[in-house]
Design a protein around this ligand. Structure first.
Ligand SMILES: Nc1ncnc2c1ncn2[C@@H]1O[C@H](COP(=O)(O)OP(=O)(O)OP(=O)(O)O)[C@@H](O)[C@H]1O
Length: 921
């Protein structure tokens, strides 16, 4: 139900719409008053909305009661008013106002005419429908012209409604399009901003790249340096060319042959061509660099152009955007203005028809929605404006950056220009300096040239002399081969003559050498002969603890202070004096003893046979003298060492071989101390070659080359000596030990061969049988010892008395030593004595034996005379007249089982070590 207040509200404005919407559509009867009230106010044209509402069948039920003629009249009046107002009012702005407004004016009368003409069919239909329920109450109303008018106005309203709907759709489309365009615009703007940023970045990179390429002016510097170098070389070349021309001119004016300037000239020309080549290269490089710089400049210009283009594009883009912004703003403004018109129209329709309120309400809600949309659009627009502002800001920043880059470029360009200017100045300076230097050099060259000219003048005579000399030298060189041949011939003759002389001198020298060798040998022999072929030394050992204490151990031997060949023995209270070749007191060292015998040892190298005996009673020091101790070696080791050193000294001319054999004679049985079968008895035989030489088949002979070999031989041979404890000496040697050293020599120059034999014999201890207390086998051993010693005395006697028969074969000892005792062999007997009081009897015997042996040596007359008073028996028995036993039977021999068991093991050791090599004797 619509109250009067509500009707008034409709005319009062849009704010009344909300209240109006809540009301039910009133029944026709009561609403007429209110409509008339409203129309009376004349607030809005409502007529056009009626057909639209009818078209939507909104008014089909609640159409005003046409039976009330007053209401209808008022409605028609209102419609008429509305039409009039619409005719007067300008039409709302349509999308194509120019095209739609123009025909609107003529169309309106047509429409009005059409309405007024009231097309019978439609109006009748509408009127029939309107009056279908009321015909009974208003049967006479159909032909009423007002109805036609109402129908016409309804049709008009319907059209108006359609138009409004179209407009609304259009607006909606526009809004959507606007939204889309704004959205796309914002996207576009964003895209453009991104593109611009990318371009800016690209340009910045391009600028930096160009700057780095231009970069530093390194290439330009290089170019300038090359240009300067080129210029300098050009200048030098010019100067050189000038010099060359000058020199050529001088050459033409005063040509000189063999002038050193020619060479100089050639060198200068060479230098010149070299410089020209360098200049060409430098020029080419310069051109390349120019080209490069040009290219870079072009590229810079291109980049600048691109930059400008992009700036222009950007400005255009900005212009376009601002245009679009303006359009958008205008569109928005028009859109803003449109809702007012729509409101006006709605209000008009509301006045005309209560039923249209519903549509109005919807339209208002739609309007509200559109308003909201507009608000949103405004918001979007604001955001876009903000974006635009920010993009403008960015653009400003970018422009500022571009400006800055341009300024920087400008500055770099200015710097480059300044640098180029500075380089230009420097180049000019360098050119000037080079010019001045070249002038100075030129001056110096001129001065040199003047000096050279002067020298040339002075050198010409010298040249003439030199030419003369050269010619003469040439002649000499030509004649030189002949001269050389002649000289060579004479030199050859001289040399062959000299060689011949040298040969003859050598032959003479060799002859003399051999003669001297013989003479030396003779002299040596004479010396030895003068000294005696058999020499006798005496050595007194010191008192030892074995001698005991008390009077028995008292010293019974004294020496002559003035004569070292004399000793005195106090025997039974009587002093007996003995003269030997040499007497060694107890304090005499091994070395001193050896010094006296070394001459004999060395004669062995010359091919002599030498025999050194150690003779004496048991415990008198024989073994000590011959073998010695490890720390203090005796004659054996020292002799071999001496032989080694002598042989080494003669190694330049001689080849020597030294071999060693060791044998033992025990109980007249000869045993090999170095052999594998020490118990085997060896025999002494004559050589089958008929030379008369003796040899021992099976006797081992080792070649020794070093002191170590000797030590091993000695150690091996020593332990194999049969030792037996006796009353006199705890380790008394009960056999004769022989070390046979053979020295074979070959004189490489003469082919002379020598063989010398050195027999080093440690005789068994001599003692009287009764005193030693021997019996049984020991007695037999002593008897054998004494027998062999007697045989030795017999042999010596026979030799020195020059008897036809020498009894070598009486004992194994003398038979074995036959070579070393006969002929021009040399023999030394070392008589060992004990100084102890208790041994004076044995000492006396030994000394008497020694003196007699020595006396044999002293001249034929005396020898002969003395030889008659000497017997070997006397030696052993002289001091013991009561003894009847034969001299050789004073000792007993040990049983074979008593032989040292160590000997076998050491022999094995030597054989397995391979140090000792058996050599046939
Ligand atoms: N000149 C010396 N200086 C020091 N000690 C010595 C000297 N001569 C001998 N002797 C010592 O006297 C002792 C006996 O000497 P050695 O064994 O050489 O006598 P020998 O004559 O060989 O006896 P045998 O005939 O019984 O073998 C040894 O202890 C030895 O060291």
């Amino acid at each position: 139900m619509i109250t009067s207040r509500t009707a008034w509200d409709l005319g009062s404005g849009p704010s009344a719409g909300a209240a109006w919407k809540t009301k039910d559509l009133a029944p026709a009867g009561r609403g007429q008053d209110r409509l008339s009230t409203g129309s009376g106010a004349g607030a809005s044209p409502r007529a056009p909305l009626l057909p639209a509402l009818l078209h939507h069948k909104i008014l089909s039920v609640s159409w005003p009661d046409t039976a009330n003629p007053r209401g209808l009249c008022r409605a028609l009046q209102a419609l008429r008013d509305t039409r009039c107002k619409r005719r007067e009012e300008p039409r709302p702005r349509a999308p194509t106002p120019a095209t739609e407004e123009a025909p609107a004016a003529p169309r309106e009368p047509a429409a009005t005419t059409a309405l007024q003409a009231a097309p019978s069919m439609n109006l009748e239909k509408a009127g029939g429908r309107l009056c279908s329920g009321k015909r009974a109450s208003l049967p006479a109303a159909r032909p009423f012209p007002v109805i036609q008018e109402v129908m016409a106005s309804m049709a008009h309203l319907q059209k108006e409604k359609l138009r409004l709907q179209e407009e609304l759709l259009e607006l909606q489309e526009k809004l959507a399009a606007q939204e889309n365009s704004e959205l796309s615009l914002s996207f576009q703007l964003q895209g453009q901003v991104e593109t611009l940023k990318a371009k800016l970045l690209e340009q910045a990179q391009e600028i930096s790249r160009l700057r780095s390429e231009l970069g530093g002016t390194d290439a330009e510097k290089h170019r300038d340096l090359l240009a300067a170098e080129n210029e300098r070389l050009r200048q030098e070349m010019k100067a050189c060319e000038g010099e060359l021309r000058e020199l050529q001119r001088q050459q033409q004016q005063a040509p000189c042959r063999d002038c050193p300037h020619r060479q100089e000239n050639a060198e200068l020309q060479e230098q010149l061509s070299q410089l020209q080549r360098e200049a060409e290269e430098a020029r080419a490089k310069l051109v390349e660099l120019d080209l490069e710089v040009q290219q870079k400049t072009n590229r810079l210009a291109e980049v600048e152009l691109r930059l400008k283009d992009s700036l222009a594009e950007r400005a255009e883009e900005e212009e376009r955007l601002s245009r679009r912004l303006r359009d958008s703003q205008e569109t928005i403004a028009s859109l803003k203005s449109q809702p007012q018109q729509i409101k006006y129209i709605i209000k008009t329709v509301e006045v005309e028809s209560a039923k249209a309120k519903q549509a109005l309400c919807e339209t208002q809600s739609r309007n509200q929605y559109l308003l909201e949309q507009v608000g949103m659009q405004k918001q979007v627009l604001k955001e876009m404006e903000q974006q635009l502002q920010s993009s403008q800001k960015t653009e400003a920043q970018l422009q500022a950056q571009i400006m800055m880059y341009e300024a920087e470029l400008e500055r770099a360009h200015g710097q480059m220009l300044e640098e180029m200017q500075a380089m230009e100045e420097e180049k000019n300076r360098a050119i000037e300096e080079a010019f001045s230097r070249a002038q100075v050099e030129m001056k110096a060259v001129h001065e040199n040239l003047a000096g050279v000219r002067t020298n040339l003048l002075t050198l010409q005579p010298a040249l003439r002399t030199l030419t003369h000399d050269y010619n003469s030298l040439k002649r000499q060189v030509r004649d030189f081969p002949l001269l050389l041949q002649e000289t060579l011939r004479s030199a050859r003759a001289e040399i062959s003559q000299a060689i011949e002389e040298v040969h003859s001198t050598n032959r003479e020298l060799l002859r003399k050498y051999r003669r001297e060798l013989q003479l030396r040998k003779k002299c040596h022999n004479e010396l030895v002969r003068l000294k005696g072929n058999i020499r006798v030394f005496g050595r007194v050992r010191p008192i030892t603890k074995e001698d005991g204490e008390g009077p028995e151990a008292a010293n019974a031997v004294t020496f002559d202070a003035d004569d070292d060949a004399v000793l005195h023995l106090l025997h039974k209270g009587k002093q007996v004096s003995f003269e030997l070749d040499k007497v060694f007191p107890p304090q005499a060292s091994q070395e001193e003893v050896f010094q006296e015998v070394q001459a004999l040892v060395t004669s062995c190298i010359d091919g002599y046979n030498v025999c050194i005996f150690a003779y004496g009673q048991t415990g008198a020091g024989k073994t000590y003298t011959m073998e010695g101790t490890a720390a203090n070696p005796g004659i054996n080791q020292r002799a071999l060492q001496l032989l080694f050193s002598e042989v080494r000294g003669k190694a330049a001319d001689w080849d020597y071989t030294i071999t060693v054999s060791a044998a033992e004679i025990y109980n007249e049985a000869l045993r090999d101390l170095l052999g594998k079968e020490p118990q085997e008895k060896l025999e002494i035989k004559l050589c089958p070659d008929g030379s008369g030489q003796l040899y021992v088949p099976g006797l081992t002979e080792f070649r020794v080359q070093s002191v170590e070999d000797i030590n091993k031989v000695f150690e091996f041979g020593h332990v194999k000596r049969v030792t037996e404890c006796t009353n006199l000496n705890e380790h008394s040697s009960r056999s004769h030990a022989l070390l046979i050293v053979t020295v074979r020599g070959l004189d490489r120059s003469t082919g002379l061969r020598t063989t010398g034999k050195l027999n080093l014999v440690d005789l068994a201890g001599s003692e009287r049988v009764g005193r030693s207390g021997a019996e049984g086998s020991r007695l037999r051993e002593a008897q054998h010892i004494n027998k062999s010693l007697s045989a030795l005395g017999d042999v010596i006697y026979a030799l020195r008395s020059r008897q036809g028969h020498v009894p070598f074969r009486n004992s194994k000892l003398t038979y074995l030593l036959q070579d070393s005792l006969s002929g021009d062999s040399k023999t030394l007997m070392m008589v060992q004595v004990s100084p102890a009081e208790k041994n004076t009897s044995e000492t006396l015997c030994s000394l008497k034996f020694a003196e007699r042996v020595r006396s044999v040596e002293l001249g034929p007359v005396s020898r002969k005379a003395e030889l008659g008073s000497w017997t070997s028996q006397e030696h052993l028995e002289g001091d013991s007249p009561g003894s009847t036993a034969p001299p050789g039977r004073a000792h007993t021999s040990p049983s074979p089982g008593q032989l040292s068991s160590r000997s076998a093991s050491i022999r094995r050791k030597l054989h397995t070590s391979g140090k000792l090599r058996p050599v046939p004797l």
